[in-house]
Design a binder for this molecule. Structure first.
Ligand code: NAD
Length: 284
């Protein structure tokens, strides 16, 4: 039997519409939620991401401040801009588009963002809250994975969840979020032995490896839920996930496509985070 294809475009559109309603409520109270997006350098992919974020802000009704800085911007200049935005009452969220040029220390920059404006959820303070089960601003892509699962009517509680990948931006936070949903979580990485056997025991697999078609049909059990975070560009220019979609969809219960699965969720969750940041700051 063929799997249910989880429609990330549709679910992300629902979330953006929910965010739009929430933004309208803020507006009715005379508040204009605002996100600052900082881009350093002119990486073409980053430019596209930033443009899409600005578009989503426009749709939802979030004001966006755009800072497009030259590749030569010093770390000090960037830190000064973040400090200015940290102290700007009109600005609720600060997003620094990664990757940064090599001469800038990414960790220093992420640490400089005020935790209640950290809409990417990468600040160690927010990571800490996530790990004690009190998440506030959650990393967007991992939070998007959870929404895809829950909004497809899948209960995570008690399920065997296998996350393949342990990066700080996807693997680790998605593992913590699955744990917070009472999943029984195993994290695999490049040093894990017998990944196939581990995956075969999974009710839910989240793949965040960065290797095209890493998860094969003989690694998943019948009816498993497969969430593919991977975005890999093949030599023919096409996008491909970390899961062998065509083969796995014949065996899985639910599966996300690439593109059109996890990808669109990241920006939708960013919009949600921006409004959550606005709420947190109003409560302070
Ligand atoms: P990363 O390179 O930082 O981490 C990859 C992880 O995979 C590492 O923890 C590593 O241990 C593990 N790994 C590598 N080789 C392995 C192997 N042979 N067996 C088992 N584990 C192995 O990557 P990332 O930033 O976590 O991103 C992962 C994928 O998700 C990439 O394709 C990236 O483009 C994509 N991504 C998508 C979004 C989105 O919005 N949809 C956001 C972030 C990342």
């Amino acid at each position: 039997m063929s799997a249910v294809i989880i429609d990330g475009k549709k679910i992300s559109a629902q979330i953006k519409d929910e965010a739009k309603s929430l933004a309208a409520e803020f507006n009715a109270d005379g508040i204009q939620p605002c996100l600052a997006v900082i881009l350093v350098g002119d990486d073409p992919a980053s430019r596209v991401y930033v443009r899409n974020k600005k578009r989503a802000c426009e749709y939802v009704g979030i004001k966006s401040l755009s800072y497009e800085l030259s590749e030569k911007t010093s770390q000090q200049e960037l830190l000064e801009l973040i400090e200015k935005l940290n102290n700007d009452k009109e600005c609720n969220g600060i997003l620094v588009q990664l990757p940064l040029p090599e001469h800038i220390d990414e960790q220093k920059v992420l640490l400089a963002i005020r935790p209640d404006k950290d809409v990417d959820g990468f600040h160690p303070y927010n990571v800490g809250l996530l790990s004690i089960g009190s998440a506030r601003l959650k990393a967007c892509t991992p939070a998007g994975c959870i929404e895809l699962i829950k909004r497809s009517g899948i209960d995570i509680q008690g399920k065997s969840c296998v996350v393949v990948g342990r990066s700080n931006i996807v693997g680790k936070p998605v593992s913590m979020l699955l744990l917070a949903e009472n999943g029984t979580v195993t994290v695999c990485h490049s040093k894990t032995k017998n990944i196939k056997d581990v995956c075969l025991g999974a009710d839910i697999i989240v793949a965040a490896v960065g290797i095209p078609k890493f998860i094969k049909a003989d690694m998943i059990k019948d009816g498993a839920v497969i969430i593919d975070v991977g975005i890999n560009r093949l030599e023919n220019g096409k996008l491909c996930g970390d899961v062998d979609f065509e083969a796995c969809k014949e065996k899985a219960g639910f599966i996300t496509p690439v593109p059109g699965g996890v990808g669109p969720m990241t920006i939708a969750m960013l919009m949600k985070n921006c409004l959550e940041a606005c709420r947190i700051q109003r409560m302070a």
